[in-house]
Design a protein around this ligand. Structure first.
Ligand SMILES: Nc1nc2c(ncn2[C@@H]2O[C@H](COP(=O)(O)OP(=O)(O)OP(=O)(O)O)[C@@H](O)[C@H]2O)c(=O)[nH]1
Ligand SMILES: [Mg+2]
Length: 249
């Protein structure tokens, strides 16, 4: 149901946005790999005052590398607002597209050029774990089942046809961010990933899925918790009901 024509301008400048919370052991490697994936990329790291000193490492790197910027927030404010801050940063500057990517290297930065290539013919490209079988390495079965079930559940409730609804790896064209009211994004945790796709889908933008392989983090620890899961469970109903009632969002 894509109804909006594709942008005709090429993707010249890209902002990769990487939210971090306690990623000390991953951050240097993640920065190097994202920057070397594509020379159109600048990198914005949104760090929520990580107690492990991630912010200090990035601060040091940005002094010598003009492609890296640190956005420091006062405390752990959640993934959703971290991305919203990154989107606003991109819109205030001349970026043609943004990349969403985790700092723990679960998303392979080498896949970024493929995502950007697909973004020449789509507004929103999902780096998808489930579009061609199940491509997740080293997740405990329980975690995999939870993630897969979340996508099936969200698909049923929201009506979006995509196989990976909670994917956190994506390329998004500027036009999408301009059309979404970023101040009305309500999700805090990972349901943010569903909300941004839903709002993009609702507005008639073209969303495509590109297969990627997701690998469990080797360093640091997960920030997933019960609160984040519960938020996702009710949030999809809010999105659907809001759409049914025609509430502006
Ligand atoms: N700025 C910011 N970043 C966050 C927050 N919560 C998580 N992150 C980052 O968001 C990304 C995804 O979080 P993860 O803990 O890896 O979540 P996950 O991938 O579902 O869990 P694992 O597979 O166990 O790694 C990582 O880069 C985190 O550091 C937050 O509240 N604020
Ligand atoms: Mg992770």
């Amino acid at each position: 149901m894509a109804t909006i024509p594709l942008p005709e301008t090429p993707i010249r400048k890209v902002l990769a946005i990487m939210p971090t919370y306690n990623e000390r052991d991953n951050i240097r490697n993640a920065i190097d790999r994202v920057l070397s994936a594509d020379n159109r990329i600048n990198l914005l790291i949104v760090d929520d005052a990580s107690p492990d000193g991630t912010g200090e490492i990035v601060e040091e790197i940005q002094l010598t590398n003009p492609r890296v910027t640190l956005l420091r927030r006062a405390g752990k404010l959640g993934l959703g607002t971290a991305y919203v801050a990154g989107f606003k940063y991109a819109l205030e500057r001349d970026y043609d597209a943004v990349i969403e990517i985790d700092a723990d290297l679960s998303h392979n930065p080498d896949d970024i050029p493929r995502l950007l290539k697909a973004a020449e013919k789509a507004h929103f490209v999902i780096g998808s774990r489930y579009v061609k079988g199940v491509n997740v390495i080293n997740w405990p079965l329980q975690r995999l089942i939870m993630s897969y079930t979340a996508s099936v559940y969200s698909r049923l409730v929201t009506g979006m046809p995509y196989t990976d609804q909670t994917a956190g790896f994506a390329a998004i064209r500027r036009e999408v961010l301009e059309r979404i009211n970023l101040n009305k994004i309500r999700s805090n945790g990972y349901s943010f990933q569903i909300e941004i796709k839903f709002k993009t889908h609702q507005r008639g933008f073209r969303i495509v899925e590109v297969p990627i392989v997701f690998t469990e983090r080797e360093q640091g620890s997960s920030k997933m918790n019960k609160k984040i899961v519960l938020e996702a469970i009710w949030r999809v109903w809010r999105l659907r009901l809001g759409a049914l009632l025609g509430r502006s969002s």
